[in-house]
Each structure stands twice: as structure tokens, then as C-alpha cells.
Ligand binder design. Structure first.
Ligand code: AHR
Length: 674
């Protein structure tokens, strides 16, 4: 290969090429990245049940069918401590959106024992306990009608082992200042100094059995947070957020995915129900079989992108909802301006909340909720996979025109162009097309040159591309079955080396076409080991940070994202064309030249590399393994990770490396220091 640093054509690279796609799927949000450690905090619904934390089963692969949906109101995840009983109550609503609360009845006989009485919550399949400060909060309402409330009592909140009962840390909260005729918001901190051996722990909220004997208490919005990423209140789980941050994603696509659409129009992601005080937010049955608390709401997404310095790719509801879960067929707004106006208004208000000055109604709300500074929205995606709908050409144009008139500087993204829909969407110049690929490895390798002439061939010279979702989701098969219900022998659960190789070839194609492909994001991104419904994902995790597994596809993206120049540069190959080696090169000013090389075959291929510019040293990183089907797993989390590669100049006169054997099944990045 000859890297034409002096004579070749250069193009500016796409600055935001590698991003992150997030929606609540696989318990990626509630029970995942969202920092709330308790399950079912407002009794809306939860998939978590007592009966032990599922133990990890060796290194066998278990495909988990969607467990039963636990839609609320339910007591799932709670159990009584000592001589008490728990039930749900509707007579003492906390707020309009929190109308069902927990009723804790402590019998008069509780004073016959000295054991504490109360309630415990098992967290999202456990609670990790490490030395730090935990923030506990809840609303409590003593039932005066039943009993004279004893203000000399107190509550103890404890982090404790489910196995031994050992208490890791606790705090006593006096009751003196509580309201006896209404709800009181209680906040406390638990100062913990120990590390529990595992995450099989719970939070207990207990009373003295003698002082509280015969009392009834109502609870709601019971919450526990550990330290969050960059300390945001109501923020992100620190370790998982750090994993995402380490990859360096340049944008966040949120909040879906299907999860924005809803099972029905009524159940769509209503952004205004996801802002403000948590006790006023409505939970919602998400599209992925479990309740979403909406604790990770619009403002939290914006704070996430702020904390990680990412661009926002905000997906707005576009008037199409997927039918599912027994709620009937897909539902779509009619193709008339009158029918679509509320959808446009909803999106305009959403943008006003994000970007409007504090003088506007929604900008003022943003300030009231703690962020007077407007956020910046660079990209707005109009819907999600709307090719499933019938009238997206109308809906897209109507929303595009309305939004563009109000926010001309935003780049708008169409979710359909010409896929299987029987129509072509007319994407205006300057706008983008989001295309999704869940395919076997061969598809991605074949698609290496897909973008080379796409704009010319489709007469879309001013339309650019967002690959908003992609992953190798199954192995190659002779007949190329393309079905998510494929048996485990075909469907992939964790990204394999061959997945990363194939995805990498496709991404090289994107890097070589920086004027066409501007944004890419793998999907889905996060998978809770305890409850998931879509594989593979970039990161798999459970409550215990020690169990997190970064996949080979994660490492591929991190590597490709880290070593990116400001301009792509031409590479000539006098010996032939691409395959089995694929490559792309870029330069970073006059400091470095990057070369990415992927070998898709099993055998090593000798390669000589030359640069037109002189260079002093080269740093290499390689991801490789004999087994293309190898993957990282809980008990073998680092089976395939990037390793340093030592290469030296073996052609000093020609600024080159001669006959470097590019290993079979490998992904290499070289950084030449000029
Ligand atoms: O990533 C999982 C789902 O795949 C997304 O929600 C949807 O957009 C696509 O069909």
C-alpha cells in the first residue's frame, strides 16, 4: 500500500462519525445506565422478583426469552421485614401520576419482639455496595386515622446482605419533623466504608418494633442512588457511563428506536411526562416489555450529552406507533395537515424546552428544573423506521417543513428512503437518511463499497447518511435466513470477532466516504444479563460492576474512534483490489498518519506499506484471535481485546514497512508519527 500523503486527494473526515444509540431496551435504562438502584420505586411495574439473584451459569450461553411482563401496580421487588405486611393503597395518592402507593401495616403485636420491622427492596437484581455515600429518599405519610403517630420514633435505612443479613452501613432518620396529615419528603445519606463481596444486597427501611407498633405508614417514590457520573443529581450509573465515555462517542441518538413510538399512539414517549420532579412524572409501558420510570427523561438525556460533550441526535415522535403487546395494530396519524398539526406542535414544544430562551414557556420550565442555559440540538431525527408506516412521505415533509421553518440550523434526518415501503421519500438537500442493518457478516463485508457512488447513483448529491443502527446479529448461512427468531446456532448473543471484523470493514467504507456517511451508531448498545430481549449488544452488565463485559465490537469502535485524522487520504495499491485485506487512511495535520487494515480471512497476508511523507516511529494496535467466533463473556471478559503491535521501519529509504504479515482474522490500526 502506498499512502498518498503528498499527492493524494484529501477530504475532511466526518467529525461525529462514531456515536452511541440509546433506548430503553434490555433494561439498559431502568436497571441499567439510569443511576436509580431500586426497582419498582413507585410501584408502577417491574420484572424483578425475589427468589435470589440469578447466578451466572458458567460460560454457557443461555438465550433468555422475554420473561413475563410485570405491569403495575405491583409490589414486585419488595418484601416485608419482620412482623409487618405490605399492600398497595389507592386512597392516599402522592400525586396524580403516583396514585398507587405502598401501605406498610405494623401490627400491635410487633412490640413482642425486638427485631426491626419494615420493608426491603432488592434493587435491580441486587445492589452493589462499595465505599461511598449513598443517597436515600422517599415520601412517607403516617396514617393518623388509624393511630396517633408517634413522632418520637425514627426510621433506619440500611444496606444489607441478602445472604448473611449482615448490615454494611446504615443511617437513622428521626421522625420529629414529619407531617402527620400529609406526605413528607425524606432524604438521607448512608456513609458506607466497606465493599460487599457481591451485589446480592438490599435496602431495608425499618422501624423500632415497639415504637412503631400498631402504626400504618404509606410510602412512595423510594429511591437509592450511589455516586453518579460526573455527580449529576438523578444521573447515570458511574461505571457504565464511564465505559461509554471511554469509547469517546461524538453523538447520542435518543430516546429510540422503537421505544419512542409506543405500542399505541397513546403510549408513545411523551417527552413532557419525562421532565420535572420525579414524583410528577408518569411511568410508561415501554416498547420492550417492561415499565419505564421515565427517571431517565428528556432533561437527563440532555445532561448526559452535556456531560460527555456529545452532539444530540434527538428523535422526535413522528405520528407512527408500532402495534404490539395485544394492543392492536400499528397506528399512524392521517396524512393531512390538520391531523398532523398536534404532532408538529409536540415537537416544536420539545425543541423549545431544549433550546428556547428562558422567556419562552418551555424554556422557562427548563430553567425551573435547573438548567437555564439552553442545550444545543444539532440533529433531529423525524421518527424511527417509518418505512413500516404508509404515509411517511407526507408526515416527513410536513414535520420537516414545520421544524425547519422554526429551527433552520438543525440537520433533519429521514428514517426512510426507499426500503420495502413501496415509496421513496424525497429527502431535501442538506438533510440525512438514517438506514439500519441487522445482518450477517457477509452483508457488511460486501457493503464495503456501498457508499462509494451512492449519492451520484441515487441522485442524492446533497443528502448524507446516518447509519443509525447496525450490528452483525447472526452468522453467515448458505440461505442467509434473516429472522430474529433464528435458533441459537444462527443468532448471535454476544458480538464475536467475526462480527467486529465485518462491522469494521463496513466502517472502513464509511471512513473512505466522509462526504457521504456522517454518523454511525451500533444498536442496541446495552444488555442487562438478567433481563434482555435483543442481542447482541456492545456492553453486557448486571448490578455488579465487576461483571461488565465490553464486547469485541465495543473495542473495534473505540479503536476506530480513537485513531481518526482530520482528513481522509488516498491509498494506492499497485498489487490489486480490496479483499481479503480492507483499509482506509487518514492524516492528523502534520503530526500523524493513521492506517486501518482488516484481514477477513483465516490466513496471514504479507503487506508492505509506504508513506509519501517521512515518519519517525509507528505505534500499532491489533485485535485478533485464531477463532473468528470467539467473544468476550462474563467469565472470560478479556478474551479478545486490543493489544500493542510492534512494527518498525524496514524500508528507511522509502518510509516503509516491508512484508508485515497481517494476521488472519485481524483488525489493526497503525499510527505513523511524522
Ligand atoms: O435496536 C433494536 C430495534 O431495532 C430498534 O428499536 C428499532 O429501531 C430497530 O428495529
Amino acid at each position: 500500500l502506498k499512502i498518498l500523503t503528498k499527492t493524494g486527494t484529501r477530504n475532511a473526515t466526518a467529525p461525529y462519525l462514531y456515536g452511541w444509540m440509546f433506548e430503553d431496551i434490555n433494561h439498559s435504562g431502568d436497571g441499567g445506565l439510569y443511576g436509580e438502584l431500586l426497582t419498582n420505586r413507585a410501584f408502577d411495574g417491574s420484572t424483578v422478583t425475589w427468589g435470589g439473584i440469578p447466578d451466572f451459569v458458567g460460560d454457557s450461553i443461555v438465550y433468555q426469552e422475554n420473561p413475563v411482563q410485570a405491569y403495575g401496580p405491583v409490589l414486585t421487588g419488595y418484601k416485608p421485614v419482620g412482623n409487618t405486611s405490605l399492600r398497595l393503597d389507592n386512597l392516599h395518592p402522592l400525586t396524580h401520576s403516583h396514585s398507587t402507593v405502598l401501605q406498610l401495616d405494623i401490627p400491635t403485636t410487633s412490640n413482642q419482639s425486638t427485631s426491626p420491622v419494615g420493608v426491603e427492596n432488592m434493587g435491580w437484581w441486587g445492589i452493589p455496595v462499595s465505599p461511598q455515600i449513598y443517597n436515600v429518599s422517599f415520601f412517607i405519610y403516617p396514617d393518623q386515622v388509624r393511630n396517633q403517630f408517634n413522632l418520637n420514633t425514627s426510621i433506619t435505612v440500611s444496606l444489607q446482605s441478602n445472604i448473611t443479613g449482615e448490615i454494611w452501613a446504615s443511617t437513622v432518620i428521626p421522625a420529629q419533623s414529619w407531617n402527620v396529615v400529609n406526605w413528607t419528603y425524606v432524604e438521607a445519606q448512608i456513609f458506607n466504608t466497606v465493599s460487599a463481596p457481591d451485589s446480592n444486597n438490599s435496602l431495608a427501611i425499618t422501624f423500632d418494633p415497639i415504637a412503631a407498633s400498631g402504626q400504618t405508614y404509606y410510602f412512595d417514590q423510594i429511591s437509592l442512588f450511589a455516586e453518579t457520573f460526573k455527580g449529576y443529581k438523578n444521573g447515570l450509573r458511574k461505571d457504565l457511563a464511564q465505559n461509554i465515555y471511554d469509547l469517546g462517542p461524538k453523538f447520542l441518538r435518543w430516546p429510540g428506536g422503537n421505544n419512542i413510538e409506543g405500542y399505541s399512539i397513546q403510549r408513545r414517549w411523551k417527552w413532557w411526562e419525562t421532565i420535572g420532579p420525579l414524583e410528577n412524572r408518569w411511568a410508561r409501558p415501554g416498547n420492550w416489555g417492561y415499565y419505564n420510570t421515565n427517571g431517565l427523561g428528556l432533561m437527563e438525556f440532555l445532561e448526559w450529552t452535556e456531560a460527555m460533550e456529545m452532539q444530540n441526535v434527538l428523535a422526535i415522535y413522528s405520528g407512527y406507533s408500532l402495534g404490539d403487546a395485544g394492543e392492536g395494530n400499528a397506528d399512524e396519524f392521517p396524512a393531512t395537515p390538520e391531523a398532523m398539526y398536534p404532532v408538529l406542535k409536540e415537537a416544536l414544544d420539545e425543541l423549545e424546552f431544549c433550546m428556547g430562551s428562558t422567556d419562552t414557556y418551555w424554556g422557562g420550565k427548563r430553567a425551573e428544573y435547573g438548567h437555564p442555559e439552553p442545550f444545543d440540538i444539532q440533529f433531529v431525527e423525524i421518527g424511527n423506521e417509518d418505512f413500516f408506516g404508509q404515509n411517511y412521505p407526507f408526515r416527513f415533509k410536513y414535520l420537516y417543513d414545520g421544524l425547519k421553518a422554526a429551527y433552520p440550523n438543525i440537520t433533519y434526518i429521514s428514517t426512510a428512503y426507499d426500503e420495502n415501503s413501496g415509496y421513496t421519500v424525497d429527502i431535501p438537500p442538506g438533510a440525512m437518511w438514517d438506514t439500519h442493518h441487522y445482518e450477517p457478516p457477509a452483508f457488511f463485508i460486501d457493503a464495503f463499497d456501498f457508499w462509494d457512488n451512492w449519492q451520484e447513483a441515487t441522485n442524492n448529491s446533497d443528502v448524507t447518511v446516518f447509519v443509525g443502527e447496525y450490528s452483525v446479529f447472526q452468522v453467515d448461512t448458505p440461505s442467509e435466513v434473516d429472522d430474529f427468531s433464528d435458533p441459537p446456532s444462527i443468532h448471535i448473543f454476544y458480538p464475536r470477532l467475526i462480527s467486529a471484523i465485518a462491522e469494521g470493514v463496513y466502517l472502513l467504507g464509511a471512513e473512505r466516504n466522509p462526504l457521504v456517511v456522517k454518523l454511525t451508531s451500533y444498536a442496541p448498545s446495552l444488555q442487562n444479563w438478567n433481563w434482555y430481549n435483543w442481542t447482541p449488544n456492545l456492553i453486557a452488565f448486571d448490578a455488579d460492576p465487576m461483571h461488565t463485559v465490553l464486547s469485541v465490537s465495543y473495542y473495534l469502535q473505540k479503536l476506530f474512534n480513537t485513531y481518526r485524522g482530520s482528513e481522509s487520504v488516498q491509498v494506492s495499491n499497485p498489487r490489486g483490489d480490496f479483499g481479503p485485506l480492507y483499509w482506509a487512511s487518514s492524516v492528523d495535520g502534520d503530526k500523524s498518519v493513521f492506517l486501518k487494515v482488516i484481514n477477513v480471512n483465516s490466513t496471514a497476508v504479507p503487506l508492505s506499506v509506504e508513506l509519501e511523507s517521512p515518519w519517525s516511529s509507528v505505534n500499532g494496535t491489533i485485535i485478533t484471535n485464531e477463532d473468528p467466533n470467539g467473544f468476550n463473556y462474563k467469565n472470560n471478559a478479556t478474551a479478545i481485546t486490543p493489544q500493542p503491535l510492534n512494527l518498525t521501519k524496514t524500508r528507511p529509504g522509502r518510509n516503509g514497512i516491508r512484508d508485515w504479515d497481517v494476521p488472519g482474522y485481524s483488525i489493526t490500526v497503525l499510527q505513523f508519527n511524522l
